[in-house]
Design a protein around this ligand. Structure first.
Ligand code: NAP
Length: 213
């Protein structure tokens, strides 16, 4: 089995990371994870794509896509290797990852390898995602997990057999102890979120009165 880094060296393909998430709000854990994956897999850059209408959160209260998009831009703008795309926010209907990846494959062409980066829980649910077999043909998945939570990803890798071993990877990031749910809870209770989110994001949350109710 050849690891993705060696494979890309052999094939000479460009490698782009796609950071998919609801980002409600984006936090330091997401940023540290994206940078760690960029370095580990030697990615040219990481494209953050806030989910417009997360398919698995229908009926749940999610902050407006525009707020999440603006906070993602604020959080990433100081890193020249990070960019943000509004494609899922602009696309009507549920933000299925297969639609996003098909669009990116068309844009970048066959000479680019895509690495979809997301959390361990989301990676654990991969078998339920739309067109998952096609997705695994089109991109790699990197499941970012906090230490001690790797078994969920490993069982999904096993479930997909050879394709799983070739296309699904995991990376441990201690900073993922931070969670968006915890941040929303802190704001609701009037507790500090300083240093858990970038300062501009903290100021934006205060200014716009997000997560108070
Ligand atoms: P989620 O269920 O809210 O998150 C699950 C866990 O993963 C949470 O602990 C979350 O922490 C963490 N997480 C989420 N995105 C992450 C990232 N990029 N890096 C590191 N940790 C991350 O998942 P979600 O954010 O709504 O969805 C993740 C991505 O999967 C989105 O792009 C979504 O559209 C896609 N997705 C697609 C399908 C489909 O196509 N059928 C189904 C499900 C998900 P935080 O709460 O702190 O972020």
């Amino acid at each position: 089995l050849i690891c993705p880094k060696e494979l890309a060296l052999l094939t000479g393909k460009r490698k782009i990371g796609i950071m998919g998430g609801t980002f409600d709000p984006i936090h330091i854990g997401h940023l540290v994870t994206a940078e760690a994956v960029r370095i580990e897999y030697d990615l040219e850059r990481v494209l953050f794509i806030p989910a417009g209408h997360p398919p698995h959160k229908q009926g749940a209260v999610v902050t407006s896509p525009l707020h999440r998009y603006i906070m993602t831009i604020m959080a990433t703008c100081s890193n020249p290797s990070f960019t943000v795309s509004s494609m899922e926010i602009e696309r009507p209907g549920p933000s299925y990852t297969i639609d996003t990846i098909r669009t990116l494959v068309e844009q970048y062409g066959g000479q680019t390898e895509l690495f979809f980066i997301t959390g361990a829980d989301a990676t654990g649910d991969l078998p339920t995602w739309n067109n998952i077999e096609d997705l695994l043909d089109l991109c790699h998945f990197v499941g970012a997990t906090r230490p001690g939570c790797i078994s969920m990803i490993d069982s999904v890798i096993q479930q997909f057999g050879t394709k799983g071993r070739q296309r699904i990877h995991r990376l441990t990031t201690p900073e993922l102890e931070i969670s968006s749910t915890d941040i929303r809870e802190r704001v609701r209770k009037g507790r500090s979120i300083k240093y858990i989110v970038p300062e501009a994001v903290e100021q934006y949350i205060i200014r716009e009165g997000l997560y108070r109710a």
